[in-house]
Design a protein around this ligand. Structure first.
Ligand code: HEC
Ligand code: HEC
Length: 408
């Protein structure tokens, strides 16, 4: 019996030892995760060398003309025009217009698609909102800085956040993770994370979409030209579609975006006692349930977007602080538009990442809140019980929260 006990103990020790050895790689992997370097400095995060980044940046900011395929209907002449503050790739004050009709059960897109292009190369084809399309929405330009790291977040992480969101007195904070198609990998779906509706998961898909829909330049990935309110504009189009014979331009935009650094904190403010206290209040109130501060990206070598992109060391195992869960929420600000999601997404908006907040002077999807305080007070719906806590803060605590937000 005693012998039996000794053998048992010996085996126990051996197995524990093997277990520890076996687990070591994951312990090492955790230790190697490092903070992504940040900055509004137009420099590469290391994905590409400085010369390639400069070339890609110039491509992103390049003003295109009609002979390059601009229009016939479009919104602007370059990616950089709407993504430029405070450096190329940031946000801007430019808004876009979307419209459609709600028949009591479902959203029906405006003829020609819910995006109403605001410019055209001929006076007769400028798109208008037609009668009967009572759902109208403005959408503010978003920043793309640091988006390569967001693309490198695992679906499972986003699904897990959605699952863990708590039941509060005002109801469940039930962020919705949306499966969206990867255009460059037909049949593959991933959790959306880009755009006000989390309507895209891949930066290449977003680039192809934006080149066609913002600028009117079609590519093999997005070969179909827009219409004017549903009517063909072919007679104003001198180029045969796709305007670009290859996907080189959108590959360049994608590489540029993947190589950008995330926004940096305001170093003067970030470590003040007021900002530090403000972040604690922010967390304690429950703002961080949706505005999640910290993520770790997938490791280098991991393939995403249907194996069309392999995460490199510049993007892999990096720690970032976007202050978003990238999920859709009904906080009472929904714009009634459905994109890449079901009817239940109509009145939901993605939690906007708060990094880089201090560079913006218009807030929320429509840009119609003009101070940070107003944008916070505009949250209702599933955010009500959290915002009620904000309302009852002392003047000093409120100031601390705003100081923290202004340091982002
Ligand atoms: C007319 C202004 C305008 C132009 C031109 C434009 N964008 Fe945008 N961009 C926007 C707006 C507005 C949004 C938010 C759209 C939405 O979700 O409805 C956006 C969102 C994005 C996003 C999502 C960012 C995120 O983190 O969620 C990406 C990526 C992007 N644009 C890339 C591009 C690229 C690449 C080009 C050039 C081919 C381009 N954009 C041209 C206005 C513009
Ligand atoms: C239930 C999820 C949720 C909670 C809780 C929440 N937010 Fe938000 N927040 C959002 C969403 C979604 C948006 C975007 C809404 C829109 O554009 O219509 C947003 C937008 C914002 C914006 C505007 C940023 C910009 O660039 O436009 C600020 C600032 C903000 N939230 C701060 C806070 C603070 C502070 C708290 C806590 C008191 C909080 N939020 C709690 C989901 C949430």
């Amino acid at each position: 019996m005693k012998r039996f006990k000794q053998i048992f103990i010996a085996f126990f020790i051996l197995f524990s030892f093997l277990f520890i050895i076996n687990n070591e790689p994951s312990i090492i992997a955790q230790q190697t995760a490092t903070e992504a370097s940040t900055g509004f400095d137009n420099q590469s995060n290391g994905l590409t060398d400085a010369a390639t980044h400069k070339k890609n940046l110039e491509g992103f900011a390049e003003v295109e003309g009609i002979k390059d395929g601009i229009g016939p209907v479009f919104n602007s002449f370059s990616c950089g025009e709407c993504h430029s503050n405070p450096v190329i790739g940031g946000s801007s004050q430019i808004t876009e217009l979307r419209a459609g009709h709600f028949d009591g059960q479902k959203f029906i897109e405006h003829p020609g698609g819910s995006l109403i292009q605001s410019r055209a190369i001929d006076a007769s084809i400028v798109e208008k909102v037609l009668e009967g399309n009572e759902v109208r929405a403005l959408r503010l330009s978003l920043s793309i800085l640091g988006d390569g790291f967001i693309e490198a977040i695992d679906d499972a992480v986003l699904l897990d956040i959605a699952k863990q969101q708590p039941n509060l007195s005002g109801g469940k904070i039930n962020g919705q993770a949306l499966w969206v198609p990867i255009e460059e990998a037909p049949g593959v779906m991933r959790i959306g994370r880009f755009g006000w509706k989390s309507q895209q998961a891949s930066l290449l898909s977003f680039s192809g979409d934006a080149y066609t829909n913002e600028m009117g330049i079609t590519t093999p990935l997005f070969p179909i030209e827009n219409t004017s309110n549903g009517k063909s504009v072919g007679k104003f189009d001198n180029l045969t579609d796709p305007d670009e014979e290859d996907n080189d331009d959108i590959d360049g935009f994608t590489e540029f975006m993947r190589a950008t650094k995330p926004p940096s904190r305001d170093q003067q403010l970030a470590n003040t006692s007021s900002a530090l206290a403000g972040e604690t209040v922010f967390n304690n109130m429950g703002c961080a349930i949706c505005h999640v501060s910290t993520f770790k990206t997938l490791p280098a070598g991991f393939k995403i977007n249907g194996s069309t992109f392999t995460i490199t060391p510049a993007l892999g195992d990096k720690i970032i602080h976007p202050y978003s869960d990238f999920l859709l929420h009904d906080i009472g600000t929904g714009d009634g538009i459905v994109q890449n999601g079901g009817q239940e997404t109509r009145n939901k908006i993605r939690t906007v990442p708060l990094w880089g907040l201090r560079t913006r002077n218009r807030f929320m999807h429509d840009g119609l809140s003009l101070t940070v305080n107003e944008s916070i007070l505009r949250h209702s719906g599933t955010a009500t019980s959290v915002i009620d806590k904000y309302r009852t803060l002392s003047k000093k605590q409120k100031q601390q929260v705003l100081t923290f937000l202004n340091s982002l």
